[in-house]
Design a binder for this molecule. Sequence first.
Ligand code: DP6
Length: 325
Amino acid sequence: MKVTAVAPANLAFIKYWGKADEALRLPLNSSISVNLSNLNTTTTVEFAKKLTKDEVIINGKEDEKTTQRAIKHLNKIRRLAGFDDKIKVISQNNFPKAAGLASSSSAFASLTLAASKAAGLKLSKKELSILARQGSGSACRSIPGGFVEWIKGEKSDSSYARSLFPADHWSISILALVVEKEQKKTSSSQGHKLAKTSPFLAARVERIEEKIKQIKKFVKEKNFTQFGQLVEGEALELHAICLTSNPPIIYWQPATLEIIITVQKMRRSGLPVYFTIDAGSSVFLIGEKKNEKTIKERVTKVRGVKEIIVNHPSGGARLVKKHLF
Ligand code: DP6
């Protein structure tokens, strides 16, 4: 039976950076995110006895490293289902891979939903989130809808994401500004490992629960200014950890800084807009929906901005009828 799932990428307001358990992908801290309406992955899978090996095609390519990571995840699903049929997987992003646009979150969330369903497993949202987490940590946050909290948990079955508010809770716009499309040099998985070498990580972990509490309050109350200030500070903190890791990780490109400076200028001119940045050079701008057009116009002119993808909060992973093969 062919099954197809679509999952959104998600953007963290409070980031997942550093793991307590590498193999299980248990995070050092809880994190908070929103699902993105215009950045997603569609994955079609089919288990078949006639296949002699797994066939995994991601964005039109059979890349060894990515395939192995997907197969490792599929083996977990096969173990749970108690069979070992080979599988065909075709997965397609609607955005450039590894441009700092969290493609592993939507990829592993859609793969988990499609493959577990095709394997006949009947999993709850919580169980799906736990499973997706083991493929890529941030993927657990793309299973539930809207504004999401990943509860760090102490063990595998208590580390999962749940919805805090539905997508229509707050009319915000999230503009993804792609500044380069080349594959980034340090993967987020490597970055998580290196975080432990930063002398500032301990200070971050000590204060993070308070930040989680605050961001939940600001999102609940739709307090845009306080929310934005916290989100921006959090992104800079993540990059402070990266810059002070050993060896240091510098994800930014000149255009990244150009955008940051432009955002500050926009605010000085009275336009409320804030930025956040993941493990890459792309920048995400967050504004109120009513200001979306103005923000877009102002950043289109910034040198080095290659593409702008406008998003709104969206639902989580879902099954669809249209297959990719
Ligand atoms: C900077 O989920 O990609 O985007 O678990 O190793 O696959 P792995 O890491 P990943 O890390 C995402 C890091 C981040 C912050 C975030 O999304 O919270």
